[in-house]
Design a protein around this ligand. Structure first.
Ligand SMILES: [Zn+2]
Length: 385
C-alpha cells in the first residue's frame, strides 16, 4: 500500500520516495514507491504525469491500494528518488473536477438532479443529469456555480465512521465499500470521491457551460473551468475577432450580422437558381431540332439541377441521346437523357470507355468521366445507331 501524499496535501507536487518495485511492462516500466504525490486515475480524473528520478512518468494507475507509475525508463530498487508531478496538468484537472462537484451539488440541491455520468475531457468535462433542465435553469445553474466560486468556500475531505455515515446524506456515483472518503463544499455538495480537489472553490476560477443537449431523458452538459475555461475564452475571442472583421460589425453585434448575411445568401441562392433556370431554357433553345444526338458543355460551376434541366430539354429536341456536361479539361460531370433509347447499357459502355462512374434509370443517367470534351463527342456522335 503506497502512502498517498495527494490526500494529505493535493497542492504538493514534489516529494522524495524510495523505489520498492520496478517491473518491465508492455512498452513501459511500472514503478512502485513507498509514498507518492502522483494521483492514479480515479473518480473520473486522469492519472498524473511528470518525472521520477529523471525518468518520465506518462500515466499513473492504482492496483489494490498501490500506486503504479508508468515510466519510460527503469529505476533501481532501493534508491531514493525525487518525484515531480506535472503541476499545470494536475491543477487544471482539479479545477475542472472541483467545478463539476459545484455544478452537480448545486443541480442536486436546486432540482434534485442526479449525476448519472461523468468523464473529463482534455478541455473540461461532460456531465449527465437524469432530468431535463430548461435554458433558464441552466443559466441559473451556471450562475449559482460561479457564485459558489466567488464565495471561496473551503473544499474539505472527511472520513466518517460507519455510524456518522448512516446519518449523512451524500451523493455517490456507485455502491461503495470499505472506508468512504467524502468531499464537502459547505452548502453546495457532499459527495463520495477518491480524487484530489483544489483547496477552496475560489481556485476553480470561472465555470462555464460550453454545450447542453437532451440525453436519455435528462441533459448532457459540457463544462469547462479555470485554466481550460481561459483557453476556451481565448479561442472564442479569436473567433469573434475574425467574424467581427469579416462582417464589419462590433463583437456584440456579430450574431445579428451573421443572421443578416445568411438571409442575404439564401435570397441570392434563390435568385441564382431562378436565373440558371432561365439560362438553361435559352441555352436549350439555341440548339437545332431534328439532330440524332445533342451534347452541350458548360463550365464547372453549373449546378446538377441545371445539367438535368438541360439534358431533358435537349432530349425533347433530338431522336437519340442528349447530354449535358459541366467541367473543364479532362474532368466532367454529366447527365445523359433520352426519350427513345434505354441508357443503362449505353451508360456502362460510356463509363468504361471514358474512365467514368455513375448510373441511373433507362431514360436518365448521371455521373462523371475523366476524359476530354473531344473524346466525349467522338464517342457519342460516332456511335453506331
Ligand atoms: Zn471529486
Amino acid at each position: 500500500m503506497t502512502e498517498k501524499l495527494y490526500y494529505a496535501d493535493p497542492g504538493r507536487f514534489s516529494f522524495d520516495a524510495c523505489v520498492l518495485e520496478c517491473r518491465e511492462g508492455k512498452g513501459r516500466w511500472e514503478i512502485v514507491l513507498d509514498r507518492s504525490a502522483f494521483f492514479p486515475e480515479g473518480g473520473g480524473q486522469g492519472g498524473d504525469a511528470g518525472t521520477l528520478g529523471g525518468v518520465r512518468v506518462t500515466d499513473t494507475h492504482e492496483r489494490e491500494g498501490t500506486v503504479v507509475h508508468w515510466c519510460d525508463g527503469p529505476l533501481s530498487v532501493g534508491a531514493v528518488v525525487e518525484g515531480c508531478v506535472d503541476a499545470a496538468l494536475r491543477f487544471a484537472r482539479m479545477q475542472v473536477h472541483s467545478g463539476e462537484h459545484i455544478i452537480s451539488g448545486t443541480a442536486h440541491r436546486e432540482w434534485g438532479c442526479e449525476n448519472v455520468g461523468f468523464h473529463m475531457t482534455e478541455n473540461g468535462a461532460v456531465i449527465d443529469f437524469d432530468r431535463e433542465l430548461d435554458e433558464e435553469q441552466l443559466e441559473r445553474l451556471e450562475f449559482l456555480a460561479n457564485e459558489a466560486v466567488w464565495r471561496d468556500l473551503p473544499i474539505r475531505t472527511l472520513f466518517p465512521s460507519p455510524e456518522e455515515l448512516s446519518g449523512l446524506s451524500f451523493r455517490q456515483k456507485k455502491e461503495l465499500s470499505g472506508e468512504i472518503r467524502l468531499v464537502e463544499i459547505p452548502g453546495v455538495d457532499l459527495c463520495a470521491c477518491c480524487a484530489p480537489h483544489v483547496k477552496s472553490t475560489g481556485s476553480v476560477g470561472q465555470i462555464r457551460f460550453t454545450s447542453a443537449m437532451r440525453h436519455r431523458g435528462g441533459v448532457r452538459l459540457t463544462m469547462t473551468a479555470g485554466r481550460a475555461a481561459l483557453s476556451d475564452a481565448r479561442m472564442l475571442h479569436a473567433n469573434a475577432e475574425v467574424v467581427s472583421r469579416l462582417f464589419s460589425a462590433p463583437r456584440e453585434e456579430t450574431a445579428a450580422a451573421a443572421e443578416r448575411f445568411a438571409a442575404q445568401r439564401n435570397a441570392l441562392e434563390q435568385r441564382c437558381a431562378e436565373l440558371e433556370k432561365k439560362y438553361t431554357a435559352l441555352r436549350a433553345a439555341s440548339f437545332p431540332c431534328g439532330e440524332r444526338d445533342l451534347l452541350c458543355f458548360e463550365d464547372s460551376a453549373a449546378s446538377s439541377a441545371a445539367l438535368r434541366d438541360l439534358a431533358e430539354a435537349l432530349a425533347d429536341k433530338c431522336s437519340g441521346i442528349a447530354g449535358a456536361f459541366a467541367g473543364e479539361g479532362s474532368r466532367w460531370r454529366y447527365v445523359l437523357a433520352s426519350k427513345t433509347a434505354d441508357l443503362r447499357a449505353f451508360g456502362r459502355d460510356f463509363n468504361a470507355a471514358l474512365r467514368g462512374r455513375g448510373g441511373g434509370g433507362p431514360s436518365m443517367i448521371q455521373g462523371s468521366v475523366n476524359t476530354s470534351r473531344k473524346e466525349i463527342e467522338d464517342l457519342v456522335y460516332g456511335k453506331e445507331g
